[in-house]
Every structure is written in C-alpha cells, then in structure tokens.
Design a protein around this ligand. Structure first.
Ligand code: DAH
Length: 383
C-alpha cells in the first residue's frame, strides 16, 4: 500500500518518531523503485510538489495542526524530513545518471553505491588521537627490557590453566594448605575430570616455569609477563585480574648469590642506581629457601619521611616490598627431570612480582581500579 500522510493525534516525542520512521521507510522503498526518467519525475512530484506533495502535507497536517507547545519539536522534525526527502531525490537522480554513464568513466571497479555517495575530498580529515601505552604495560615492558639486556628471553603461557601446572607441579600437593594463599577462580563443570586436569584461571605466572622447562632444556633464562586472576574483591589495591612478571634462571651451579646479584642489578637499572635491596626470609612451595625482596623507598630515599610528613608508600619504613623469590625447589625439578633438569645436576632461582603494584608506586597512583576503568582522561596522562 502506498504511503499517505496521516494526521497526528498524539504529539508525544515517541509518536512523532514513529510517524517519521514510517515516512522514511516509505521514502527509501520508493527511492529504490525509481528506474527511469518518468519514474523520477513522478517520485519527485509525489514527495516535493508544492501542491499536495508529501512535504506540503506534512506542513499542513502535522505542523499547522500541532498544538502550540508541540510546534518546535514538530517543526524540527519537518525540517529534517525535508532535507532527507531532498537528499533521497538526489540519490535517485544520481543513480539514473550512473546507469546511463559508461562504467569506465568511474574506473569500472567501484561499487555502485560508492559512486552514488560521492566523497568531498576537500573536507578536513577526521582527527584521530594517537594512543598511548597503558601504564601497566609500559611498566611491564620496561622491567622485561631490563632482563632482556641480561640475556633473558620472554616466554608466555595460557591464562586458563590446569590445576597441574598452576599448583601440583609447583609443589602445591592436592589439598595442601598453601593453595589457600591464592584465592582461585575455578572453571565450573569440571567434576568428571581428574583433579590435575581441571581448569582454572592461573593465579600466578609461575606455571609458565614448568611449561617452559618441559619445552626447553637447561640452561634457561626467561621472563614471563602476563595476566593472572584471583578471587579478590576489588578495592584500592586489589583487582580480580592483575599482572605479574616472573623470572627463572636454571643452569649448573646457580646460587643464591646469583639471585641476589641479578635482582639487585635489575632494581638499580629499573628504579635508579641509588636504590638498595634487602632480602627477608619467606615461604613459597616452589622455592627453597624463599625470600621477599624489598627495595629502599625510591620515593623518600629510604628515610621514611617526606619533609615534615610521613612517607605513605613505604609506611615510614623506608622499604617497599617488590617481589617474591627463591631457589627452585628440587621437588619442582622432579616434574621436568626427564628434560635435563636432574636436581642433582642443575640449580636455579625464580622470582615473581606484581606489575600493577610497581606501576602504582612508580607513578604515584593511589587506586588500582583507575588502571582498568578505561577512562581516557586518566590514561592519556601517559600519552
Ligand atoms: N607466584 C608467586 C605469587 O604469585 C610469586 C613468586 C614468588 C614467584 C617466588 C616466584 C618465586 O617465581 O620464586 O605470589
């Protein structure tokens, strides 16, 4: 049925929108139906003729009949529709012209619709701001670079991991209480699998130690940047998804002295040559002995004070905890023994740090949530 303009009984925005939609879909159908000159003339008259064209009817039946308070909105709509109708008549006209023109005039390969909607190449270009590295990725890349300069290569592994790689092969036996230190997000519906095959979101980047040792024989030196997940409620210093940078060096005769020397050098390279490091005993199932490494506070210089004020980042202690580390536990090597990692012949050290935490400290950001809300006003500060 051909479209006719009805009187408006309801002048609400929604009703106006409906009436306008009805009109524009009829307009589009009729534009597409124009195939020759006489069709074009009929089409133009039907929509644009002063006497009784659709636009004139809109003026009479919608605008003039509108109650006073609805007039501005109806007027705006009527203006918009007028432009739209004129545009579509133009489209129909161009399309006919193109059908008559030999194709080679347009290069012969341009899509018909492209030829209709000609582009004004004199218009100014669209401004597309250049992106910036995310502060956490920037921090990660800088830290990785420090180790690359020492000859380390970069390794990675899956974020959805098996219980075996995330826990068992790292010397967290099934049901061992050490598993409780990492609030784990498990994938649902895995009951039919054996425990070691069950999937979870990796809670740390350490499983990539095992995966890499399965693939590469010693000696190895690798860093492993990546995302990890834990079932921690979000607050100013926790998010369920965060980033770690792991490291592993295995060779003959690697000692705790190598660990200390390597990490001390890396921290001086990353934070500046004046920082000191301190190693304090700790526990991780996959290292023995284990330690936490602190660096002297690079904000207050280790004094614990900033002028008259207490230094908050180091809680006035003058030291900031940066990472966990230790000598690879022989039990871990047992899982990859067949690939050349006989614990009687090789030794190694490992370390793991939180990239987000380091970025927070480095840039003086006080809420980790800001890193992941995607607010450009925050992120463009690194542009
Ligand atoms: N994976 C540990 C964690 O997420 C961090 C860590 C500690 C990694 C000691 C290591 C290490 O490689 O040796 O808490």
């Amino acid at each position: 049925m051909a479209y006719t303009v009805h009187k408006l009984t309801d002048y609400s925005a929604a009703a106006l929108e409906r009436a306008s939609d009805e009109l524009t879909s009829a307009l589009e159908r009729e534009t597409n139906a124009v195939t020759d000159e006489s069709g074009l003339k009929q089409f133009r008259d039907r929509w644009m003729a002063r006497k009784n064209g659709v636009l004139t009817q809109i003026n009479d039946l919608w605008l003039k009949a509108a109650p006073k308070d609805a007039r501005p909105a109806v007027g705006q709509k009527a203006n918009w529709l007028k432009k739209h109708v004129e545009g579509m008549v133009e489209v129909a006209k161009n399309r006919l012209a193109l059908q008559r023109a030999p194709l080679h005039e347009y290069g012969g390969f341009i899509d018909l619709d492209l030829r209709v909607d000609r582009v004004d190449i004199s218009l100014p270009g669209m401004h597309r701001p250049i992106g910036a590295e995310h502060p956490v990725i920037k921090t990660t890349n800088e830290m990785v670079r420090v180790f690359q300069k020492l000859g380390y290569s970069v390794a990675d592994g899956p974020v959805v991991e098996t219980d075996y790689y995330n826990f068992e092969a790292l010397n967290f036996p099934p049901n061992h209480p050490a598993r409780d230190t990492q609030d784990t997000l498990f994938i649902a519906g895995q009951q039919s699998k054996t425990q070691r095959e069950r999937l979870l979101l990796r809670t740390h980047t350490s499983p990539v130690q095992i995966r890499t040792m399965e693939k590469m024989r010693p000696p190895i030196r690798i860093v492993i940047p990546g995302t990890v997940h834990r079932n921690d409620p979000p607050d100013a210093s926790h998010t369920p998804m965060f980033h770690q940078i792991e490291g592993l060096a295995v060779d003959t005769n690697i000692t705790f002295g190598d660990l200390k020397g390597t990490l001390d050098h890396a921290m001086k390279e990353f934070f500046g040559s004046s920082v000191k490091t301190s190693f304090r005993p700790s526990f991780f199932p996959f290292t023995e002995p284990s330690a936490e490494m602190y660096v002297s506070c690079f904000i207050c210089g280790g004094s614990g004070r900033r002028g008259a004020d207490p230094c908050r980042p180091c809680k006035q202690t003058g030291w900031i905890e940066i990472l966990g580390c230790g000598m690879v536990d022989p039990n871990v090597f047992e899982f990859v023994k067949d690939n050349g990692y006989d614990p009687k012949k090789v030794s190694g050290f490992a370390f793991g740090m939180g990239a987000d935490r380091i970025a927070l400290l480095k840039y003086g950001v006080d809420d980790i949530q800001l890193f992941f809300q995607g607010d450009v006003r925050f992120l463009e500060q690194w542009a």
